[in-house]
Design a protein around this ligand. Structure first.
Ligand code: SB7
Ligand code: NI
Length: 187
């Protein structure tokens, strides 16, 4: 955790630079290291031994690299572990409908609880490069879409709490269809 950059550091507020593709060895190694961190953070023994906070995503500026890349390691809808490495990702389309996590979001770079709703698109289509430098286009919905948008925000110097309503943290946008991630669609 000592290597994770915390809020207050300007690198978290900078717009990260595009990554050279095909990937340089050092960039590939950084991504592999970030992925290993996420896996360790979710491994009970490893996380206890090294006092790690569990994380499902990590962007490069959170380890001090102002580059447009991040990793994700989480369970898909079938409970299967999936891993993604994204380099120079772009959201090429998204739903109009939005969702929020009722328990709010957290961030490895933020050491305090932050309450409030963070509106996110319910689904996003992302195009970018993977670790091998291949172009990938993939659609994400629900929790994975929320995590993707949290990480993409990091690349633009945006923190999740920037998107929480300042007057009332639990006020939802009026101009969008929005529901809790755990509520049925169309409710
Ligand atoms: C809840 C947690 C995350 C994203 C969206 C909702 C990831 C937290 C770990 N990170 O700080 C990644 O940037
Ligand atoms: Ni974060």
């Amino acid at each position: 955790m000592d290597d994770i950059i915390r809020e207050g550091d300007p690198v978290l507020r900078a717009v990260a630079e595009p990554v050279e593709v095909p990937l340089q060895n050092q960039d590939r190694e950084a991504l592999q290291c970030m992925m290993q961190f996420l896996k360790n953070s979710q491994d009970p023994e490893m996380s206890a031994k090294h006092k790690l906070r569990s994380g499902v995503g990590l962007s490069a500026n959170q380890i001090g690299l102002s580059q447009r890349m991040f990793v994700m390691y989480l369970k898909d809808d079938n409970g299967k572990n999936v891993e993604y490495t994204w380099v120079n990702p772009k959201i090429i389309s998204h739903s109009l409908a939005m969702v929020y996590l009722p328990e709010s979001e957290g961030c490895l770079s933020v050491d305090r609880p932050v309450h409030g709703f963070v509106p996110r698109y319910e689904s996003v289509k992302v195009r970018g490069f993977n670790l091998k430098g291949e172009v990938i286009t993939q659609k994400f919905k629900g929790y994975q879409a929320i995590v993707i948008q949290h990480e993409m925000d990091h690349l633009d110097g945006i923190m999740f709490y920037d998107r929480i309503n300042k007057e009332n943290p639990f006020k939802l946008p009026q101009d969008a269809e929005i529901r809790s991630l755990y509520e049925q669609k169309g409710k």
